[in-house]
Design a protein around this ligand. Structure first.
Ligand SMILES: NC(=O)c1ccc[n+]([C@@H]2O[C@H](COP(=O)([O-])OP(=O)(O)OC[C@H]3O[C@@H](n4cnc5c(N)ncnc54)[C@H](OP(=O)(O)O)[C@@H]3O)[C@@H](O)[C@H]2O)c1
Length: 307
């Protein structure tokens, strides 16, 4: 048995609970790990609220929170290649096993060995947040010197998107609340504080002819406001709001295979990408960690250290 943090029914934070569960048994495509760091994402509270119950299949409650983690391999499924017992790996769980837990199973194809010199907490942010940023910038495919608007630049995906874009020679304008300015500017973003008034007008002042592409991390009315800033209608991608297609744009096509994980890890090891882990909680404060992300104005990444 090992300790886990999850929820006893779909709902708000009041349904969250610590409990003991048997160590999960890896299927042939999975690895069993002792979790060292779990990373927190908006996906976690969205799944808890019941937006995708099919994610948990026939599994009974309580379900375990968390989708990505770093951990030490305890057992390897027969079909998993390139990973051995004792390796430190990072990856995501696709079978609803959760990662806010002392042990869990990760999907072998969506898991990679952690390279020398990469911190466990940084690695834990790669499978969901960092690869989303890579996929978004890849999909826009803008040439060096172009200007991209990152809507929601101060959060977990936003700060990474800005760095990946800068690394490719793009100019980045980013929107966010006041507390995001310092870090955004530190990674080379021309920052637009939406609390200073109309964000669209502020971007127009910076780019009177519009921008070459938009990466949206906010959705809803905010997405609808900024989408027309793209000079070309199709050059808007969102990681969060499928109605982007009604605006001529596209959802970011997600890919979390091992090569993407390794590509992101290499950028970090080379000093070209910092996931900005701004807050680390002990496992006993998993609820506080999730609450910080759930309030909707997180700065950088929030992680749970299981050590
Ligand atoms: N499809 C996928 O695989 C995938 C993967 C990762 C994330 N996502 C989704 O992408 C979204 C962003 O993820 P995340 O991890 O970056 O979330 P996050 O860390 O919570 O960051 C969201 C950021 O947006 C800012 N924001 C809120 N309203 C804004 C507005 N009107 N204008 C500009 N900024 C605003 C927030 O703070 P301030 O308002 O204080 O600036 C916050 O910094 C979430 O909905 C998440 O579920 C999807």
């Amino acid at each position: 048995m090992s300790e886990a943090f999850g929820f006893r029914e779909f709902g708000g934070p009041q349904v969250q609970v610590f409990f003991d569960r048997p160590d999960p048994v890896p299927n042939p495509a999975e690895v069993l790990v002792r979790v060292t760091v779990a990373s927190v994402n908006p996906l976690d509270f969205k799944l808890r609220s019941g937006i995708a119950p099919q994610f948990y299949g026939e599994q009974p409650f309580p379900h375990v929170l968390g989708a990505e983690a770093t951990g030490v391999v305890l057992a390897v499924g027969a079909e998993v290649e390139g990973i051995a017992v004792g390796d430190t790996v990072f990856g995501c769980t696709l079978t609803g096993a959760g990662t806010f837990a002392r042990t869990t199973v990760l999907d072998g194809a969506n898991t990679a060995r952690k390279p020398e010199g990469l911190r466990d907490d940084w690695a834990a942010t790669i499978p969901v947040a960092v690869t989303s940023a890579l996929n978004a910038v890849d999909q826009l495919g803008l040439p060096g010197g172009a200007t991209v608007l990152v809507n929601g630049v101060g959060g977990g995906v936003g700060l990474v998107t800005a760095q990946v874009a800068r690394d490719r020679g793009l100019n980045v304008i980013g929107t966010g609340g006041t507390a995001k300015r310092t870090l955004a500017e530190a990674v080379g973003v021309t920052f637009v504080d939406y609390t200073d008034g109309d964000a669209v007008r502020q971007v127009r002042d910076l780019a009177p002819d519009g921008v070459d592409g938009v990466v949206d991390l906010v959705g809803g009315a905010s997405l609808r406001a900024v989408a027309p800033l793209a000079r070309e209608v199709g050059k808007v991608v969102s990681v969060t709001d499928p109605t982007v297609s009604e605006l001529g744009g596209e959802m970011v096509r997600r890919r979390v295979d091992r090569s993407d994980l390794e590509r992101a890890a290499a950028l970090m090891v080379q000093g070209r990408l910092d996931p900005y882990v701004v807050k680390t909680y002990p496992f006993s404060q998993a609820a506080e960690a999730l609450a910080l992300v759930e309030h909707g104005h997180a700065l950088g990444k929030v992680v749970i250290d299981m050590a």
